[in-house]
Design a protein around this ligand. Structure first.
Ligand SMILES: Cc1cc2nc3c(=O)[nH]c(=O)nc-3n(C[C@H](O)[C@H](O)[C@H](O)COP(=O)(O)O)c2cc1C
Length: 135
C-alpha cells in the first residue's frame, strides 16, 4: 500500500468535495461528487460514506477499483489517487463511521462504509510531470 506525504495530507484536508470515479466490470465509467471522504491516521486508508450510492455501489461490488483526485482553488498540488475497495455494512469500523455520519447529519442513511486502500498516486498538475506516477 501507499502512504500520502505530509504535503498531500495537507491538501487532502482542504478538500470539501471529491470527484469519485468507478467503473463497471464491463468498463462503463461513472463519476460522482462525494463530501464524506476521510483520510485515516495511517495516511494510506480513506473512509467514504455510502449514503446514496447506486451505480457507484454496483460498480464497487463487481469491480473494486476506483479513483479520486485532490485539487481545488485552495489546494497547492493536484493528485490522482487510485485504490482497492472494500464495502462494509456491519462491524466495528462500520459502526464508527455510522456514528460519524449521523453526527454530521441525522438525515444521512450511512448505508455502508466504503474503505479505499491507496495503491497509486499520480501527478495531475499541468507540466512536464503531468500523468507520471509519484507513489
Ligand atoms: C456535493 C455532493 C456531495 C455528495 N456526497 C456524497 C457522499 O459523501 N456519499 C454519498 O453516498 N453520496 C454523496 N452524494 C451523492 C452522489 O454524488 C450521487 O448522487 C450518488 O452516488 C448516486 O449516483 P450513482 O448512481 O452514480 O452512484 C453527494 C452529492 C453531492 C452533490
Amino acid at each position: 500500500m501507499v502512504k500520502l506525504s505530509n504535503e498531500m495530507k495537507e491538501d487532502f484536508a482542504k478538500m470539501k468535495v471529491f470527484p469519485f470515479a468507478t467503473a463497471s466490470k464491463g468498463g462503463e465509467p461513472n463519476v460522482v461528487p462525494i463530501g464524506i471522504c476521510k483520510l485515516q491516521e495511517d495516511g494510506e486508508t480513506i473512509w467514504i460514506a455510502d449514503n446514496y450510492f447506486y451505480k457507484t455501489r454496483q460498480n464497487l461490488e463487481e469491480n473494486p477499483r476506483g479513483a479520486i483526485y485532490v485539487w481545488g482553488p485552495e489546494v497547492k498540488g493536484c493528485y490522482q489517487i487510485k485504490g482497492d475497495f472494500e464495502v462494509k455494512t456491519e462491524g466495528e469500523a462500520y459502526e464508527k463511521m455510522y456514528k460519524m455520519v449521523k453526527s454530521i447529519g441525522e438525515r444521512f442513511p450511512a448505508k455502508a462504509l466504503v474503505i479505499m486502500k491507496i495503491t497509486d498516486v499520480y501527478e495531475c498538475k499541468s507540466g512536464a510531470e503531468a500523468g507520471k506516477k509519484i507513489l
